[in-house]
Design a binder for this molecule. Structure first.
Ligand code: 13P
Length: 255
C-alpha cells in the first residue's frame, strides 16, 4: 500500500517548552502503526533537533521531524536563511516546500519552488510539496488547471525515479485556518485529478506511488472520512496539530 501520512504543521506557533509538552502528550498516547503509516512533525527550525530526538526515541522510522521551509540556493550570503544541506547535516529527512503562506507572504514562485525541490533532493530530503488554489480560482471553476500548473512548473523537470519519492499536499487556500474543509468529494476529486496528471506525465505506476495529502481544516472529527477516500493518503494539519488529543486521533485515522 502507498504510504499514508499524518503531517503536523506547527507554523509559527508554540514556545519551545510548549512544543516539548505537546510532543510528550502525543507520544505517550501510544500507536500501533502499520508498515505504511507515518507521522511527520513540521516544526520551527530551532525545534528540529528536539523534535527529532523525541520522536525517534519512541517510534524510530515511522515518526520524523520535518522543516517547514529551506532556501533554494546551496549556500552563501543569505542572512537568516537555512539551506537543505544544513538540514541534511542535522539528519532531517523531510521539508515542506511551497506552502501557500510562503507563496503569499514570501513571494515564492513555481520556479523558485522547483529549485527548492532540487535542493532538497540533492540533500536526500523528501519534499512535502504543497499546492492548492485560492477561493477566486475555485469560484471560477478553473482549479484543476491552476493546481496542475503548480505541479508542472515545479516538479515536472524531475525524472520518474525522483518524483516517485515525493510527498504532495493539496491544500485549497480557502480551507486553510477557516474551519471550512473541502468536502470529502471535493478532496477526492482533486486528488484523483492530480494523480491522473502525474500518470499522464510519468505513467500510472509512478503516480500510484506518490502520497497525496489533504490539508485545510483537518481535525479529529473529519479526518477518518477524508482519509477513507482512495486518493487521499493522509493530511497536512495546522491548527488541530497543536492539540494533542486532536492530532492523536488524526494519526489513528490513517488507513
Ligand atoms: P489548518 O489545518 O489550520 O487549516 O492549516 C492547514 C495548513 O495550512 C497545513 O499546512
Amino acid at each position: 500500500m502507498r504510504k499514508q501520512i499524518a503531517a503536523a504543521n506547527w507554523k509559527m506557533n508554540l514556545t519551545y517548552q510548549q512544543g516539548e509538552k505537546l510532543l510528550d502528550e502525543i507520544l505517550k498516547a501510544g500507536f500501533d502503526l502499520k508498515e505504511h503509516q507515518y507521522a511527520l512533525f513540521a516544526v520551527p527550525f530551532p525545534y528540529l533537533l528536539m523534535t527529532r530526538s523525541e520522536v525517534e526515541e519512541e517510534f524510530s522510522s515511522h515518526f520524523a521531524a520535518a522543516a517547514q521551509n529551506c532556501h533554494h540556493k546551496k549556500s552563501g550570503a543569505f542572512t537568516g536563511e537555512v539551506s537543505a544541506e544544513m538540514l541534511h547535516s542535522m539528519n532531517i529527512n523531510y521539508c515542506v516546500v511551497g506552502h501557500s503562506e510562503r507563496r503569499e507572504y514570501n513571494g515564492e514562485t513555481n520556479s523558485i519552488l522547483a529549485e527548492k525541490v532540487n535542493a532538497c533532493l540533492d540533500n536526500f530530503i523528501t519534499p512535502v510539496f504543497c499546492c492548492g488554489e485560492p477561493l477566486s480560482i475555485r469560484e471560477s471553476g478553473t482549479q484543476n488547471d491552476y493546481v496542475a500548473a503548480q505541479l508542472k512548473e515545479s516538479l515536472f523537470h524531475l525524472p520518474a525515479e525522483k518524483i516517485s519519492t515525493l510527498i504532495i499536499a493539496y491544500e485549497p487556500i480557502w480551507a486553510i485556518g477557516t474551519g471550512k474543509t473541502a468536502s470529502t468529494a471535493q478532496a477526492q476529486e482533486m486528488h484523483q485529478y492530480l494523480r491522473s496528471v502525474l500518470a499522464d506525465q510519468y505513467g500510472k505506476e509512478v503516480a500510484d506511488l506518490i502520497p497525496i495529502l489533504y490539508g485545510g481544516s483537518v481535525k479529529a472529527a473529519n479526518a477518518k472520512e477524508l482519509f477513507a477516500s482512495p486518493d487521499v493518503d493522509g493530511g497536512l494539519v495546522g491548527g488541530a496539530s497543536l492539540v494533542a488529543a486532536e492530532f492523536v486521533e488524526i494519526i489513528r485515522a490513517l488507513k
